[in-house]
Design a protein around this ligand. Structure first.
Ligand code: ADP
Ligand code: MG
Length: 481
C-alpha cells in the first residue's frame, strides 16, 4: 500500500493530503491554537498504509508527547476525515531538523534532557505497524480531567478547609511543597477527586509541559496486569516513572492485590526519590487501610495526611448556593435549606438532587417550590431518610437529662429517671417505626401498655407545660438533625 516511500507520490496523494489537512484543522480547533502550535504543528503526514495513518514527528520526545497527550484525539480526527482509518502510527523522522525543533517548540528547561541523547532521537525503522501502533496510541494513562473540578468551583468550609489548604499548597509548587506525598482521605462524595483534579488543572496552567498523570488505583492495577501478561512491564515502568506528578485516586482498590501493591510501592519510591510530586486519595487514613503492607503504609504517611470530614449543614448549604447560582433557574432558599438538611451523607447526592430539580423545572417550565421537592425527589429523600435507632434516642435523652444510659432499662421508678425514660419512649414512638411492644422490650422488657402510658403522659404534659414542651421539641430536633 501507499507508504512514505518518498519521491513518487501515491495515486491518491492529493486527496489524502486534503483529508490530512482537515484532520489537522479539526484537531487545532479542539485543542486551541497555543497547544497546537506547541505540540502538533510539527506533525507531517508520511502516508497511509491500509487502515493506518503514518505520521512523522521530528523528535522522539515530541512523538511521545503527542502520543501521550493527543493520541486519542488525533486518531479520532483522522477517523473523522479519512474513511477506513482505524489507527495512527507515530514515528520519529530522521533527525536533521532537531535543533530548530527544540527552539521552536520551546520546551521548558526541565524537560530538555528528555529530548535528546543520541540513541533516542532516531528511531530508525519503525517497528512493524500493528503491534507498535497499538501500544503507541492506546495510551490511556491520562484520564481526561473533569472541567468542572477546579479550585474555583470547590466550596471551602470547616470540614474540608485543611485538605483544601494542603491541595492549594501542592498546586503552587510541585514537590517543593514538602507535602509529598499528599494523602487525601475521606468518605464517598466528599470532594477527593474534585481536589485532585483541581491540583492537576492548576499545575498544568502554571507550568506548561508538566506531565500530570491522574489515574484510579483500579486503572493502575489493570494496566499493570495487562503489562505483566504481555511481558511489557518495562514499558509500564518507564512510562510511569517519566511523569512529573502522579495522582492515584481511590487507593483502597489496591488492598489485597499483592503484586500490584509491590509495583506501586516501587513506582512510588522511584518518583519520590526523583523529587516528583505524588498525590493519593483513599477512603481511609493510611493507618486504617487494612491489607496494605506496612512499608507502603509508612511511606504513604510520610508526607502530609489530610482528611475531608463529613459535611456540615453550613457547608452543604454553601455548596448548594454556589451550584444554584449557575442553575439557570431560581432555586428558593427554603428549598436549598431543605435539601441541605435532608441529604446529609454526601455531596454527590446533594448535587444530583439539585440537578434533578433544575432539569425538572426546565423541562416542564414550572418553578421549583417546596412542594415540588417531595414529588421530584421522593426516591432520593427516602434513601436519605435518617434511620434513627432506639439506641440513639436513649443515648441522647440520657445525655440531655444527665442520667446514666442504663437507667433507660432499669426498674427504678423515681421521677428523676422515670420521666426521662418516658420522654425517650415517647420519642421512640414518634421518630421510629417500632411498635409499642418492640419499644417496651428495649426499655427493660416493659409491657406495651407502659409505653402507651408514657406516650400519653408526655403528650399531656407538653400541653400543660410550655417549657417542658419546648424541651422535648428541642430534643426531637436534635435527634432529627
Ligand atoms: P470523592 O472523590 O471524595 O468521592 P468527588 O470529588 O467525586 O468525591 O465529589 C463528588 C461531587 O461532589 C463532585 O461533583 C464534586 O464536584 C462535588 N463536591 C464535593 N465537595 C465539594 C465542595 N466542597 N465544593 C463543591 N463541590 C463539591
Ligand atoms: Mg473520587
Amino acid at each position: 500500500m501507499d507508504t512514505d516511500s518518498g519521491d513518487t507520490p501515491p495515486p491518491n496523494a492529493g486527496k489524502t493530503a486534503a483529508s490530512w489537512a482537515r484532520a489537522r484543522a479539526r484537531l487545532r480547533q479542539e485543542v486551541g491554537d497555543v497547544e497546537y502550535r506547541n505540540w502538533l504543528r510539527q506533525m507531517t503526514l508520511s502516508g497511509v498504509d491500509g487502515e493506518t495513518v503514518l505520521v512523522n514527528l521530528p523528535t522522539r520526545f515530541l512523538r511521545d508527547w503527542v502520543r501521550d497527550h493527543y493520541g486519542d484525539r488525533l486518531r479520532l480526527a483522522c477517523q473523522a476525515e479519512m474513511p477506513g482509518i482505524r489507527q495512527v502510527a507515530l514515528r520519529v523522522q530522521a533527525a536533521g531538523a532537531k535543533a530548530a525543533v527544540e527552539e521552536e517548540v520551546g520546551e521548558p528547561a526541565q524537560l530538555a534532557e528528555n529530548v535528546t541523547t543520541a540513541p533516542l532521537v532516531i528511531e530508525a525503522a519503525p517497528a512493524p505497524a500493528a503491534a507498535a501502533t497499538d501500544s503507541l496510541l492506546r495510551n490511556d494513562w491520562l484520564v481526561p480531567l473533569d472541567q468542572r473540578f477546579t479550585f474555583d468551583t470547590f466550596v471551602v468550609g470547616k470540614p474540608n478547609e485543611f485538605a483544601h489548604a494542603c491541595a492549594r499548597r501542592v498546586a503552587e509548587g510541585v514537590a517543593q511543597s514538602g507535602f509529598n506525598p499528599l494523602f487525601l482521605y475521606g468518605g464517598v462524595g466528599l470532594g477527593k477527586t474534585h481536589l485532585m483534579h483541581s491540583i492537576a488543572w492548576a499545575l498544568r496552567e502554571q507550568t506548561s509541559g508538566l506531565t500530570v498523570a491522574y489515574m484510579s488505583a483500579e486503572k493502575f492495577m489493570y494496566r499493570f496486569i495487562a503489562a505483566l501478561r504481555s511481558h511489557n512491564t518495562m514499558e509500564f515502568k518507564t512510562q510511569l516513572r517519566s511523569v512529573h506528578v502522579l495522582m492515584v485516586d481511590d487507593l483502597q482498590f489496591l488492598i489485597g492485590k499483592d503484586n500490584t501493591q509491590e509495583e506501586f510501592f516501587h513506582t512510588f519510591n522511584a518518583l519520590i526519590d526523583a523529587g516528583k510530586q505524588i498525590i493519593i486519595s483513599a477512603d481511609k487514613a493510611p493507618n486504617d487501610l487494612s491489607g496494605i503492607e506496612d512499608r507502603l503504609r509508612t511511606r504513604l504517611s510520610g508526607g502530609i495526611v489530610a482528611d475531608l470530614h463529613a459535611t456540615t449543614y453550613e457547608l452543604r448549604l454553601s455548596i448548594l448556593q454556589a451550584k444554584a447560582n449557575h442553575a439557570g433557574v431560581e432555586v428558593p432558599a427554603r428549598v436549598q435549606e431543605l435539601l441541605a438538611r435532608k441529604i446529609a451523607s454526601n455531596v454527590r447526592d446533594l448535587e444530583g438532587a439539585l440537578n434533578r430539580l433544575v432539569a425538572h423545572a426546565k423541562l416542564f417550565g414550572r418553578p421549583i417550590t417546596l412542594d415540588t421537592v417531595p414529588e421530584v425527589l421522593s426516591d432520593i429523600l427516602r434513601a436519605h431518610d435518617k434511620r434513627l435507632s432506639i439506641d440513639d434516642i436513649q443515648r441522647k435523652v440520657a445525655e440531655h437529662y444527665n442520667i446514666r444510659l442504663t437507667e433507660m432499662a432499669s426498674a427504678r421508678r423515681s421521677r428523676a429517671v422515670a420521666r426521662p425514660r418516658q420522654v425517650a419512649m415517647y420519642l421512640a414512638k414518634q421518630l421510629t417505626s417500632r411498635s409499642l411492644p418492640e419499644i417496651g422490650r428495649r426499655f427493660g422488657n416493659r409491657d406495651h401498655t407502659t409505653v402507651l402510658h408514657a406516650v400519653n403522659k408526655i403528650t399531656e404534659l407538653m400541653g400543660e407545660d410550655p417549657s417542658f414542651a419546648e424541651d422535648v421539641t428541642l430534643l426531637r430536633k436534635m435527634l432529627e438533625m
